[in-house]
Design a protein around this ligand. Structure first.
Ligand code: ADP
Length: 635
């Protein structure tokens, strides 16, 4: 048994029996009638207003009321209720009048079984009418909402013409509604879709039936604006495409913000890139400078730990200063400077000040250098203690030069004062003892010669220092040259009762040298030998071909040179104490000139000597200075 259908029925009936019959018929027809039965117009109106009815079933004629009157009251009330007239007998004309008055049907009391199907039909129709009305109301509400929405909405027919556009669309596009409806969307130049985008849109619509994306559109006045669009295919019940729904939001503002943001981001990125490149370049430059500078440079943190050393620093100090900057204190030679440097370190670290200390340092190989220490703070933004950069410059050569300059001036003054006092004395004697004029003149001449020689030596060294020395090369037979020199000095040797011998090997080649300078070299060496060899001594000059060149040897049996003097005799102005005692006249410049001149020829000079036994000076001129294509010849 199916569940009885509840039905709210307003019944107009005066007969108890007819009412029961009516209810019985409805129940049999499957309804559960919930009813009110009225007999007067007043009762009818009151009941109508108080209940929610599904239908009215009314008797045609009642003592104080009538079906037609009830029908009229119902129509007047404006309610959409099915009205079914039930009557004992009804003529054709009456039936027509009943239907005209708006009743849905009439049923004869003798044929009540028809009532069920009439009720059924009417209730169904009411339900349909209600649903339609509700749908209409909803459509009305929706279209109202759509009209008011800020989202742009349009509906396009399958041929691309616009069939609907809401107010937002009208406002957004700048076209009047009348201009939009019926127009082909493409003709309105509503968008600037690229061909590629259009292909994408079509593919989307053909496939999933929808597409969404962001599009740059153009208003009627030509102004462009960005919209986020969603296009969806509208289909009918059979799935056939009947149009296209376009929903779009104006995203110009967001888009412009986005673009601004992107521009800023790009600018920022560009700036960062440029800055990074600059920094990288600067870093590379600094690294190149650090690794190529001769200054020893180290970076220490605020605790004094060495965090970076350049190659010059590592080379200079090795492991002696490799961990902490304070290790420098341990290799300082001047005790009084230790405190000064310690204070300077504190000043740099805590006061962020620069400092400079000159001191002696013992470096990796044990040598002591004069160092110029420069300390500079490296301050991090948030640190109260600074790290530091230490740069150490070896200024030993500057200091040496300084010392040399002082000594040089003193030496020159000393060497000049001697002959000057001799000259002054002899000038006095010249006037005082006219008969000894010749003797005094001779001494004056000798002193002037010595002065001249001294000045000449000074000038030669100055030329060498300025790098102005030019070799005037020519082919020279050294054996001839030596013979000339020896013969020129023989009177002096004889005067001192010294033996002067020359020994020249056979088959020596002509050499290409500066004749005057070579002569000077030999003369200086020979003069020393004559000078520092006592009477009866022997001086030999030997010329022979050695393994690395032509060797010119000057050896004597003189006073010799003490081992402690040997390393210094080629230095300018250096004279051994024994030499000073033996001869007042030396300047200490002769050997310095010999060395420079030999080296200018690419050769070398060295000495062997035994104190009180003699000395041996060997000058070697390289074979490259041998004249090209020169014939070999004998002595
Ligand atoms: P000078 O001879 O004027 O002193 P030099 O430069 O020629 O200067 O020589 C420097 C020093 O070398 C001399 O003072 C002397 O001490 C030493 N010396 C040079 N030649 C000899 C030598 N043949 N025998 C001993 N000592 C020499």
């Amino acid at each position: 048994m199916p569940m009885p259908i509840p039905a709210h029925v307003l019944i107009v009936e005066d007969s108890e029996d007819d009412l029961l019959l009516l209810l019985h018929t409805l129940r049999r027809g499957g309804y559960a009638p919930d009813y009110v039965c009225v007999q007067t117009a007043a009762e009818f109106t009151a009941a109508l207003e108080s209940g929610a009815w599904d239908l009215v079933i009314s008797d045609f004629s009642l003592p104080q009321f009538s079906g037609i009157a009830a029908l009229k009251l119902l129509k007047d009330s404006g309610r959409d209720l099915p009205f079914i007239m039930v009557s004992g007998a009804i003529g054709e004309e009456t039936a027509v009048a009943v239907m005209r008055a708006g009743a849905q049907d009439y049923v004869m009391k003798g044929n009540l079984t028809r009532l069920t199907s009439v009720v059924e039909r009417e209730l169904r129709e009411v339900a349909e009418r209600t649903a339609r009305r509700q749908a209409e109301e909803q459509v009305y509400l929706l279209s109202n909402a759509l009209m008011q929405s800020t989202t742009m909405v349009a509906i396009l027919n399958t041929d691309g013409t616009i069939s609907y556009a809401n107010e937002a669309f009208v406002r957004g596009s700048g076209y009047a509604l009348a201009e939009l409806i019926g127009q082909h969307a493409a003709r309105l130049s509503l968008n600037t879709l690229s061909k590629q985008l259009l292909r994408g849109v079509n593919a989307g619509l053909r496939g999933a039936g929808e597409w969404h994306g962001e599009v740059l559109s153009r208003r009627r006045d030509g102004e462009s604006f960005w919209i986020a669009v969603k296009l969806s295919v509208i289909r009918d019940g059979g799935g056939r495409s009947i149009g296209l729904l376009l929903v779009a939001d104006d995203i110009s503002e967001r888009k412009s913000l986005e673009m601004q943001l992107e521009r800023h981001a790009q600018q920022l990125e560009q700036m960062v890139e440029t800055r990074t490149a600059e920094l990288r370049q600067a870093k590379e430059q600094i690294e190149v400078i650090l690794s190529n500078t001769s200054d020893a440079i180290a970076l220490a943190d605020a605790d004094g730990n060495l965090v970076q050393l350049n190659p010059a620093f590592a080379h200079l100090f090795g492991s002696r200063v490799s961990v902490s900057i304070e290790q420098i204190l341990g290799i300082m030679r001047q005790e009084d400077k230790v405190t000064e440097l310690a204070q300077a370190l504190l000043k740099v670290i805590y006061d962020h000040a620069h400092a400079r200390v000159d001191t002696d340092l013992e470096v990796q190989n044990g040598a002591v250098i004069d160092a110029d220490l420069m300390l500079a703070p490296v301050v991090a933004a948030d640190a109260d203690r600074a790290g530091l950069v230490v740069s150490v410059r070896d200024i030993s050569h500057i200091k040496a030069l300084d010392r040399f300059k002082t000594r040089f001036v003193a030496n020159v003054a000393h060497d000049l004062s001697n002959p000057i006092s001799v000259v002054r004395g002899r000038l006095y004697l010249l006037k005082a003892i006219p008969e000894k004029t010749a003797e005094n003149m001779a001494i004056l001449e000798r002193e002037v010669d010595r002065l001249e020689q001294f000045v000449d030596e000074l000038r030669t060294l100055a030329e060498l220092d300025r790098g102005e020395i030019v070799l005037d090369l020519e082919d020279v037979r050294l054996n001839d040259l030596l013979r000339e020199i020896v013969e020129a000095h023989r009177p002096i040797a004889e005067q001192h009762q010294q033996i002067l011998a020359l020994s020249v090997a056979d088959g020596l080649p002509v050499v290409r040298v500066d004749r005057r300078k070579c002569e000077r070299v030999i003369v200086n060496l020979l003069a020393n030998a004559l000078n520092y060899t006592p009477e009866g001594g022997e001086i030999r000059i030997v010329l022979r071909q050695g393994s690395s060149g032509i060797a010119m040897i000057v050896e004597d049996t003189g006073m010799g040179i003490a081992p402690e003097d040997l390393p210094h005799i080629f230095e300018r102005f250096y004279r051994s104490a024994t030499a000073k005692r033996a001869s007042e006249t030396g300047t200490g410049l002769g050997l310095a000139i010999v060395k420079e001149m030999v080296e200018a020829h690419g050769g070398s000079v060295h000495v062997e000597s035994v104190l009180n036994a003699g000395s041996r000076f060997v000058v070697t001129l390289p074979l490259t200075s041998v004249a090209a294509q020169s014939p070999m010849f004998g002595s």
